[in-house]
Design a protein around this ligand. Structure first.
Ligand code: NAD
Length: 508
């Protein structure tokens, strides 16, 4: 098996220059300046496909978090930010989007080098998605409306009247804690609505993938945001993340990551009753009805699970197929899986890069081994690929004979592994689809659209797609039911997360 190679000599001058800056000076962004971490400690950020060093990034600690939160608090109360008109705030967000667009090639290259994903996925999927967040919420700054309220309060002093209204205010200092699977997109999904709402932010990227957040920091300075409005502290979750979650100067946490860490944040954040938005894990079912259009269904589900190596919260990881078309589906999906080219994300022919780390690749392999021991059958893939300096690759994997109670069916694997199970009865398959602690997303594949909408109503999930999977856009609210999260991102609901409502009731 060949893994498509990469020649580091083809790295762009812009990426090389940034890696040199990131590795020496551009460490933590605090109060509009680049600062070194108090502890003087660093984490090697490596290319997950080769293990080669990209740049050492700062391993921040609680002292750096104190500085960042103090800076965000000062900026929140500063005239430069608090009194900036909504239109100017919106123009700043739009300017960030313009700058990201100007730097899109190098941002996509850095995302690929740092995270492993195919360049195509970064350049034409995630980066445009991140830019769209800033443009979408730029338009919201001038539309954060309160209401006037006709009251029925009986007690009104003689000759006076009551005038009551609500106003929207920024919730305050936001800690944005994001994962490694789609680093810049996840960061943008927090920064854009938080800044549009008038909040200030301390961004903590994943220790595995901090480079594009630091690059974005440079663009935010260039765009002209006042000092301290956005601060960036890199480092580990149990150090920087924990310190942010416990910090009394943080008003809100916007978190995307695993359900286990989301639960830990509930405890850590209780001291000052921080507001919390949690975008957590998933185990999303796809239901294939007998009349599904296979020309959409097979590639749609393959993309849903294999894109980004299955490291996608909404990945279509559990597929239930009507028994009348089950055999054909397994065969066609296995062919799709086998045809995907594995290699370095920067090789233009690569469909699938490595998983983000050895830990993640071993974890996926362990799930597959455990499933086989429990009686599951691997019909495509199932193997880790290493060698010739390459590491962390995992073949797109299709597995059958998986019972509902198996870990393969119940737990989030976060790798390119899909289970396929036949069904005969609609009530039975809805029961299976809902038999999960998660409720993030689902898809239904059928040409019978009335039936599709009836099924969509019965699936417990924050998003249900019909004849597609993993379709996102800033205007489509996205969030988890059950243990997949609290609150919604995107759309009007996405900005409400960063706003408080104040009622003013006056006798005039
Ligand atoms: P993770 O929960 O391990 O880490 C996420 C972030 O939290 C990282 O920045 C990490 O450093 C930080 N963190 C870790 N421990 C912490 C602690 N004790 N206190 C504070 N912060 C801490 O998740 P991950 O492995 O980086 O990402 C994969 C997970 O993210 C998957 O479960 C996936 O489903 C989920 N995810 C969800 C969505 C969504 O929108 N629902 C999107 C993408 C990823």
């Amino acid at each position: 098996m060949t893994l498509l190679p990469y020649d580091p000599a083809t790295r762009s001058a812009a990426a090389s220059a940034f890696l040199a800056r990131a590795g020496t000076a551009h460490r933590l962004l605090i109060d509009g300046e680049w600062a070194l971490p108090h502890g003087g400690r660093y984490i090697d950020s490596t290319d997950p496909a080769t293990g080669q060093l990209l740049a050492p990034i700062a391993r921040g600690d609680a002292r750096d978090v104190d500085d960042a939160v103090a800076s965000a608090r000062r900026a929140l109360d500063s005239a430069a930010w608090a009194r900036m008109t909504p239109a100017v705030r919106g123009a700043l967000l739009w300017r960030v989007a313009d700058l990201m667009e100007q730097h899109i090639d190098v941002l996509a290259e850095l995302e690929t080098l740092d995270q492993g994903k195919a360049y195509r996925t970064a350049r034409f999927g995630e980066l445009p998605g991140a830019i769209a967040q800033f443009r979408y919420y730029a338009g919201y700054t001038t539309k954060l409306l309160g209401t006037t309220i006709p009251t029925s309060i009986a007690h009104q002093p003689e000759g006076k009247q009551i005038f009551a209204y609500t106003v929207k205010e920024p919730v305050g200092v936001v800690a944005a804690i994001v994962p490694w699977n789609s680093p810049l997109l996840m960061a943008s999904m927090k920064l854009a609505p938080a800044l549009a709402a008038g909040c200030t932010v301390v961004l903590k990227p994943s220790e595995n993938t901090s480079l594009t957040a630091l690059y974005l920091g440079e663009l935010l300075i260039e765009a002209g945001f006042p000092a301290g409005v956005v601060n960036i502290v890199t480092g580990y979750g149990n150090e920087v993340g924990q310190a942010l979650a416990e910090h009394p100067g943080v008003d809100k946490i916007g978190f995307t990551g695993s359900t286990a860490v989301g639960k830990a944040l509930l405890v850590a954040a209780q001291g000052n009753l921080k507001r919390l938005t949690l975008e957590l894990g998933g185990k999303s079912p796809a239901i294939v009805m007998p009349d599904a259009d296979f020309s959409l269904t097979v590639p749609g589900i393959a993309r849903g699970i294999f894109s980004n190596g299955g490291q996608v919260c909404v990945a279509s990881s559990r597929v239930y197929v009507h028994s009348s078309v089950y055999g054909r589906f397994v065969e066609e999906l296995s062919q799709e899986a086998g045809a995907l080219a594995l290699g370095h994300g920067m090789n233009p022919a690569t469909d699938l890069g490595p998983l983000v780390s050895r830990v993640q690749s071993d974890r996926v392999a362990e799930y597959v081994r455990g499933g086989i021991a429990d009686g599951a059958e691997v019909v495509a893939g199932g193997v880790q690929e290493q060698g010739d300096g390459a590491q962390n690759f995992f073949r797109p994997t299709v597995i059958t004979n998986v019972r509902q109670d198996m870990r393969l069916m119940q737990e989030e694997i976060f790798g390119p592994v899909v289970t396929v199970t036949p069904f005969d009865d609609v009530d039975e398959v809805i029961g299976w689809a809902n038999d999960s602690v998660y409720g993030l997303a689902a898809s239904i594949w059928t040409e019978g659209l009335s039936n599709a909408h009836r099924l969509a109503a019965r699936v417990k999930a924050g998003t249900v797609w019909i004849n597609c999977h993993s379709y996102f856009s800033p205007e489509l609210p996205k969030g988890g039911h059950k243990q997949s999260g609290w609150g919604y991102e995107n759309g009007a609901q996405g900005i409400e997360n960063y706003l408080e409502s104040k009622t003013v009731c006056a006798v005039i």
